[in-house]
Design a protein around this ligand. Sequence first.
Ligand code: ATP
Length: 284
Amino acid sequence: MEQLIYAKDLNFTYPDKTDVKINGEISVKKSQRVVVLGANGSGKTTLLKSLVGITKPNKGKLKVFDLTPSKEFSQFRYKVGVVFQNAEEQIIAPTVYDDIALMPRGAGLKESEIAEKVNWVLEELQLTHLVHKVPHYLSGGEKKKVVLAGALVMNPKLLILDEPFTGLDPKSKESLLKIINYFNKKYNTAIITTTHDVETVFAISDEVYIVSDGEVIARGNPKEIFAQSEVLNKAKLLQPQLHQLFSILIKRQLPLKHPQNANDGAEQIYQLYTQLVKQNKISS
Ligand SMILES: Nc1ncnc2c1ncn2[C@@H]1O[C@H](COP(=O)(O)OP(=O)(O)OP(=O)(O)O)[C@@H](O)[C@H]1O
């Protein structure tokens, strides 16, 4: 499958001599949803910035669309959408329309083509009602969506999201998750997300990497990753609550497996219950 990102044994040195290492391999393939999970300060933002050439590794291998971001970003800039951690800081234009139009305008498109793209993305994200608003006055959740619209306006092959759910209430989080997954399904947009919010990982990942102390210490699908409480502890992370519950039940010898999601978990418990009722081990 086509590889969009390949990173191996990266090392960065900031001007004040702070060293950030990410030893190991991280890759993102076409249409794949990848989450990089790590505690504060584990180098996630540094990694994402390097994908668009803002930070440059002084060691290791880094390719995005087979190109070197620090030298060749301009060759793939319209194939990538980025939402940084402080999304609000990305909003610079006086209206929502103008802000979302920044990329197509930068690409030198005609006004009619720009309008077509902006209207398309506003409709896809169901944000048409905000088009003439002053971004400054929008709610935090709306601002995030406007920045996401700006990142998606060129219908990129790769979407880069740095801690996208920070500061959002559960409904706004769910709505953002829906948009991200909708684009992934409909347009095969590959997505790399960094987060330390373990509860949202299942909803946005096919593959998860855990980064800790400068190393990629685990890689796998979310079900495999969240079954490993020791690995998560090592990375100073907790299992999602559902998995904490299943770890306790499994430790107490109940014949259960770490679930894919809440429905799967409930189904396993229900099956076990009906089996025990049938065997007259418990009453219904
Ligand atoms: N511009 C900079 N100059 C010096 N050090 C920096 C700079 N940016 C980041 N760092 C340091 O690099 C390390 C990794 O930071 P980074 O922001 O990449 O981690 P993170 O995993 O994204 O953290 P968080 O989850 O808190 O956002 C930290 O020790 C941080 O202090």
